[in-house]
Design a protein. Structure first.
Length: 198
């Protein structure tokens, strides 16, 4: 009788250990499933070439609101250069900057060299905001900045595609993408001005 009691006690002890092992395994599995999400990227990671051929470091813009815009010299929307420059002049002393990226992706409307583009912008619109070297803003050769701007997995906001010349990407003072504005919307539209001043 005593022997049966010991055997029963031993069986219950082993069953208890088995249950604890199962519980630990389940907890371990749950821990793996609940790993934290990847950190949202900022624009500050990028260094690009400006239109004069020197390095432009986006980290130098920390604390500023940024409008990134793809531009073209032979587009129906090219006169937006004037409004972009007016916007820049009005708010550049209030932690705001515009960064232009010439691109030839739409209707081959930016065929010129970087030097020709710089001359065109200065002569016709008096552009003083930073202009970068010509890049691709769509397709397989899309530049790194636009990969970040158009992919939710990187910018943490939304997937988008550049629809045409003069699409605006609004970057907050923390370097995160906050809004995408269609090409046809004027740079002086309240949608953009209110964002700058809020």
């Amino acid at each position: 009788m005593k022997l049966k009691f010991i055997a029963l006690a031993l069986f219950m002890f082993m069953a208890s250990c088995k249950n604890n092992e199962t519980l630990l395994a389940e907890n371990k599995t749950n821990f793996i499933i609940n790993e934290p999400m990847t950190t949202r990227e900022t624009i500050y990671q990028f260094k690009v070439e400006d239109i004069e051929g020197t390095v432009f470091d986006f980290a130098s813009l920390k604390g500023k609101k940024i409008v990134v815009v793809n531009t073209a010299s032979k587009c129906g929307l090219t006169p937006q250069y004037k409004a972009l420059e007016a916007l820049y002049e009005q708010y550049k002393d209030k932690n705001f900057v515009i960064v232009g990226f010439p691109a030839n992706n739409f209707g081959k409307q930016e065929p010129g060299t970087n030097k020709e583009i710089a001359t065109f912008c200065q002569k016709n619109y008096g552009v003083t905001f930073p202009m970068m070297a010509k890049v691709s803003v769509k397709g397989e050769d899309m530049c790194g900045v636009y990969q970040f701007l158009t992919q939710k997995s990187r910018n943490g906001l939304e997937d988008s595609q550049v629809e045409w010349n003069f699409q605006k990407y609004l970057i907050g003072s923390d370097g995160h993408l906050e809004k995408v504005v269609a090409p046809q919307v004027s740079p002086m539209d309240s949608e953009i001005v209110d964002w700058i001043t809020k």
